[in-house]
Design a protein around this ligand. Structure first.
Ligand code: ME8
Length: 516
């Protein structure tokens, strides 16, 4: 397999029975930030998202809405595609599981699993949750109201009895455990890896991989009475998009460096079933699966029945796109659960974006405008203070690479903010406005050091806040072809004498309307 210097990042494909909400936006944004970071860092990146359109849940929702599943899928798939666009996402592909390319990939994978002896015909009798599209063992269920039983997720379950094909998952227990042990980074964060390993150590049952009691899915090759279990169908999307069953081309290029970004609700499907299917089909398991945490709304679980679903589009309208992108990845250590609150959103927007970063850029650029004739000043000899300012700024790229490779977005942002705060401290200490009369050359050096620090900061904030960072880079007259990380550090240092456009504020404060 090739794959040197490539990077493949995927979101879960979202069910089309629902409208996109903040949780979907979160995963997709996290992938976009990673994809942008890697592209800026010179990687050959592929970023995939899309929609999961088959299965009983979608079929039922369509029935309730009085439409065919495909009409429902067309509508809602369009909403997810639009969400990615509005979020400013740079996905290279948008896959729908109702596409012909996906049917071909699923059937090829199925045939391969049959050929390898990992699929056999039997009958399933047990619990199924349509909401989770998952089978549950009796001992996993929890008590519901009255005599009812519920899935461990709280979803209703029903007793299902039907002929079914099975995947020999039980035979993969040891090979899965060996995979987790040999590849400590294959599931992140560590707490999830431990959880997955203990689930697998607890013993695996063969998995029902076809259904006969409804029709909305991909037919099992050679047995039209069965459709494929929606998770086998859905997981295959990741390789459909790379051209499977052709394993040369994009598959060879990107598969070795894949990261599947998922919510913690679906880690078992990605870190147990999926690698087992792949290994059974003689394909390498994913390089990494990262499961992030769960958002609540002002302390409450987000759910349609509570009527507290947060619409990402209205958040963007209220606060601005870059502000929302920043907040979601800054507020919560990635991997932990988080709570959305307007207060926290406004707090970060005003204190970190407007006061810290925005104010730094604004004061430095307007001083250059006023005191240096609007051109990048001359850089005189550096003092210890100047070096103490610039060296940590130049050191940021390596810090961010390390953080982003472990999906520690909040650490990456915090590292940038350490330098933002240091730069504000340096402005106060050097007081360049006072140097104008006493030592204009020194003033020039101080302002150059600050402008160069801001250039480094803005290069690094591009993946998180692409529009605002571009505006800062424009104000520093950094040309488009010098905005990748290849220009980070001394190699791309600002040249003295470059004329700068007149400065404009980049991060507005959020002013709450006072009640009338
Ligand atoms: O599970 N907080 O699709 P889905 C954080 N089709 N993330 C959240 C969230 C929340 N409150 N709610 C949803 C499916 N998410 C399958 C996936 S993949 C082969 C098939 C995000 O529409 C999170 O990424 O239910 C979660 O895993 C995903 O949406 C579930 O989306």
């Amino acid at each position: 397999m090739s794959g040197a210097n490539t990077f493949f990042v995927t979101t879960p494909i979202y069910y089309v029975n629902d409208k996109p909400h903040i949780g979907h936006a979160y995963t997709t944004l996290a992938c976009d930030v990673l994809a942008r970071f890697k592209r800026l860092d010179g990687f050959d990146v592929k970023f995939l998202t899309g929609t999961d359109e088959h299965g009983q849940k979608v079929e039922k929702s369509a029935e309730t809405a009085g439409m065919t599943p495909l009409v429902l899928a067309d509508q809602n798939s369009g909403n997810f595609r639009e969400l990615a666009r509005i979020l400013g996402c740079t996905n290279d592909d948008f896959i729908r599981t109702t596409e012909p390319r996906h049917l071909a990939a699923c059937q090829a994978l199925w045939n391969k699993l049959v050929e390898k002896g990992d699929i056999y015909l039997g009958a399933y009798e047990g619990w199924y949750s349509v909401r989770d599209e998952a089978f549950y063992a009796e001992d996993e269920l929890i008590k519901g109201p009255g005599e009812t039983k519920l899935a461990p997720t709280g979803a209703p379950v029903e007793w299902v009895k039907e002929p079914s094909y099975f995947f020999r998952l039980s035979a993969w227990q040891d090979r899965l455990l060996k995979w987790y042990e040999d590849n400590p980074d294959c599931v992140g964060p560590n707490s999830r890896r431990n959880e997955v390993m203990s689930f697998v150590k607890g013993g695996l049952q063969d998995l029902s991989v076809s259904r006969t009691s409804f029709k909305w899915g991909i037919p099992v090759p050679g047995d039209d009475a069965h459709i494929m279990y929606v998770w086998l169908d859905a997981l295959t999307n990741y390789i459909t998009a790379l051209g499977y069953p052709d394993t040369s081309g994009d598959f060879a290029r990107y598969w070795p460096n894949v990261i599947h970004m998922v919510g913690k609700d679906i880690v078992r499907f990605h870190a147990v079933y999926w690698p087992a299917f792949l290994m059974a089909a003689d394909l390498p398991p994913p390089k990494r699966v990262f499961a992030h945490g769960w958002w609540t709304n002002e302390g409450q679980k987000i759910s349609k029945s509570l009527g507290n679903v947060i619409d990402p589009l209205s958040l963007i309208e209220t606060y601005g796109l870059d502000q929302v992108r920043y907040f979601l990845l800054r507020e919560v250590p990635f991997g932990n659960d988080g709570d959305f609150s307007h207060r926290a959103m406004i707090g970060r927007m005003n204190s970190e974006l407007a006061n810290d970063y925005g104010n730094l850029v604004q004061r430095v650029l307007s001083m250059i405008g006023k005191n240096c004739g609007g051109v990048v000043p001359e850089r005189g000899p550096a003092t210890d203070d100047d070096r103490e300012m610039l060296d940590p700024a130049y050191g940021l790229l390596d810090k961010l690479r390390a953080a982003m490779d472990r999906q520690l977005y909040h650490d990456a942002i915090e590292a940038v903010w350490v330098v933002v705060r240091a730069a504000n401290g340096y402005v106060d200490k050097q007081a360049p406005w006072a140097l104008k009369k006493t030592d204009p050359a020194r003033m020039g050096t101080v302002l150059w050091t600050l402008a160069e620090t801001i250039r480094c900061l803005a290069l690094l904030t591009q993946p998180f806040m692409p529009t605002s960072s571009a505006r800062i880079l424009e104000q520093l007259a950094v040309p488009d072809n010098q905005r990748s990380f290849a220009s980070f550090g001394p190699v791309g240092a600002l040249g003295s004498g470059t004329a700068l456009p007149s400065p404009q504020g980049v991060f507005p404060r959020f002013v709450e309307e006072s009640p009338a």
